[in-house]
Design a protein around this ligand. Structure first.
Ligand SMILES: [Zn+2]
Length: 180
């Protein structure tokens, strides 16, 4: 756990120097980049957002997009760029019954008892907040997009086969999907 925190704080150095108050002020300043809601609405949730900003970072709308799930469902899968490197993404899925979004890789590690906690994404007033710390490694954007392309083409079998043949972790695969 301590090792992971050290690694994460290294990755997240610049952002961690900012206080929740400063980040909140930045959100208000360029509110339209984060949400379609108005500043006044965000002010109503100020304390909730400040508390969230201790462990999560807010995303501008250009930093994430919706994908399809393996069952071709919309609006249940969010693909989020890493804040400092757009070659990497993380994949979040919305739970079917509970109102929560989980990082799919952290959830897998959690299911295999490899980690003790799971990372959650939150949405407040249309703003997406992602956890600063992950137990998992980010995924390769190109590979995730190939997976999404198969789903968009209505071919979940092909997408599923990628899960078994390709390592989605960034830097782990030499784009092996090309030969599929
Ligand atoms: Zn994760």
């Amino acid at each position: 756990m301590e090792d992971n925190e050290a690694e994460s704080s290294h990755v997240f150095d610049d952002k961690e120097n900012l206080s929740p108050e400063k980040i909140f002020a930045d959100i208000l300043k360029s509110c339209e980049e984060y949400t379609t809601e108005k500043v006044e609405v965000l002010m109503l949730n100020k304390s909730k957002i400040l508390s969230l900003l201790k462990t999560h970072r807010p995303l501008k709308m250009v930093d994430y997009f919706y994908g399809l799930t393996g069952n071709l469902l919309k609006n249940r899968c969010l693909i989020v760029f890493e804040w400092d490197d757009k070659r990497m993404v993380r994949h979040y899925y919305k739970h079917f019954t509970k109102h929560m979004w989980r990082c799919i890789k952290c959830k897998q590690l959690y299911n295999h008892n490899l980690v003790s906690t799971c990372s959650y994404l939150f949405m407040v007033n249309g703003i997406v907040f992602v956890p600063n710390n992950h137990e998992c490694r980010p995924r390769d954007y190109e590979i995730v997009m190939q997976y999404q392309k198969f789903l968009e083409e209505g071919n979940p079998q092909l997408a599923r086969s990628m899960v078994h043949t390709v390592n989605f972790d960034f830097g782990e695969s030499s784009h092996a999907y090309v030969v599929i």
